[in-house]
Design a binder for this molecule. Structure first.
Ligand SMILES: [Zn+2]
Length: 193
């Protein structure tokens, strides 16, 4: 980790005030599915943003809009709480489902919170490769990089990562910093279909 570099990432930092605003109307869920991919060793910080559940690559500004959109809510709920949308048709018109999606998202956020954006640092070569790949391939590649780094971190690191307890390791610039990523949600009390 470079001196002065945020341990939680720019996207998460930029959202903190918004997330903590008690008058916020929009529920925010699935931040744990967002990956902030940072190029290391640059004076001018460069980052791209991937959403694992939507399989998309966006700028920071677009990702800020993305997380409160119906598509992201639907994909996250479908991935992690499928019983809540199991009666919906596969190709439903999400614009007509914006309200029910918002209500489901509100309940999920109340139970599990918004999640934490994953921060991963990559070298120049890998960063450039990510930029040239399709969104689908880029998400697949970064998932593979995370898996490899988890194993390289050893069993202790892996168990910490899976339990979401991993602290940012300063001085290990090549190590993935997983912040509460992909914790399996606990059993919900929300109505089942
Ligand atoms: Zn998304």
């Amino acid at each position: 980790m470079q001196p002065g570099l945020s341990s939680t990432g720019e996207l998460f930092d930029s959202l903190k005030v918004y997330l903590n605003n008690k008058k916020r109307l929009q529920p925010i869920i699935g931040l744990g599915s967002i990956i902030e991919c940072v190029k290391v060793g640059e004076h001018c910080r460069e980052a791209s943003y991937l959403c694992e559940v939507c399989v998309c690559r966006l700028s920071k500004a677009d990702m800020r809009n993305h997380i409160s959109g119906s598509l992201h809510r639907y994909n996250y709920i479908k991935a992690w709480h499928p019983h809540l949308v199991c009666e919906w048709k596969e190709n439903s018109d999400l614009s007509r489902l914006a309200w029910p999606l918002m209500e489901i998202a509100r309940k999920i956020e109340a139970k599990e919170g918004s999640g934490d954006v994953q921060l991963i640092e990559v070298g120049d070569v890998l960063y450039q490769k990510m930029a040239t790949l399709s969104e689908n391939d880029a998400v697949t590649l970064i998932a593979a990089v995370k898996t490899v780094r988890d194993w390289q971190g050893g069993p202790e690191c892996l168990s910490q990562a899976t339990s979401g307890q991993l602290e940012p390791h300063s001085g290990h610039s090549q190590r993935t910093v997983l912040l509460g990523s992909h914790q399996l949600p606990k059993e919900r009390e929300l109505p089942r279909c």
